[in-house]
Design a protein around this ligand. Structure first.
Ligand SMILES: Nc1nc2c(ncn2[C@@H]2O[C@H](COP(=O)(O)OP(=O)(O)OP(=O)(O)O)[C@@H](O)[C@H]2O)c(=O)[nH]1
Ligand SMILES: [Mg+2]
Length: 91
C-alpha cells in the first residue's frame, strides 16, 4: 500500500499482481470488482500472449462493477529488449 498526500487529500494506492492462469480466474475476479485501473502485460515475442489480452480485458470490464465509468486500462508491451524476436507488430 502506497500513500500519497496531495492538496491535503490522502490517496491510497494498492496493487495486486494476479496470475494469468485460468485456474485462479475466480480469485482474480474478486480483485477486479473494486479496482480503478488494470495493467495488461503481454510478451512481444509471443503473439498468443498479445491475442489473449482481449479476453482478459473483457473479463475485467465485465466484473469491474464498482467504477465502470472511470476505469483505466493500460496495455504494456513486455520483453521490449527482445526486439529481434518480436512477433507482435506495431499495428
Ligand atoms: N527477457 C525478458 N524476460 C522477462 C521480462 N519480464 C519477465 N521475463 C521472464 O518471463 C518469464 C515469465 O515471467 P513472469 O513474471 O513469471 O510472468 P507472469 O505473466 O507474471 O506469469 P504468471 O504470474 O504465472 O501469470 C520469466 O522467466 C521472467 O524472467 C523481460 O522484460 N524481458
Ligand atoms: Mg506473475
Amino acid at each position: 500500500m502506497i500513500r500519497i498526500k496531495r492538496d491535503n487529500i490522502l490517496y491510497k494506492l494498492q496493487m495486486w499482481d494476479t496470475s494469468g492462469d485460468i485456474k485462479y480466474r475466480c480469485i482474480v475476479r474478486t480483485y477486479f470488482r473494486t479496482s480503478n485501473i488494470a495493467l495488461f502485460a503481454y510478451d512481444i515475442t509471443n503473439y498468443e500472449s498479445f491475442a489473449s489480452i482481449k479476453e482478459y480485458y473483457e473479463e475485467v470490464i465485465q466484473h469491474s462493477t464498482q467504477f465502470p465509468d472511470h476505469f483505466i486500462a493500460v496495455l504494456i508491451a513486455n520483453k521490449a529488449e527482445l526486439e529481434s524476436q518480436r512477433k507482435v507488430s506495431y499495428e
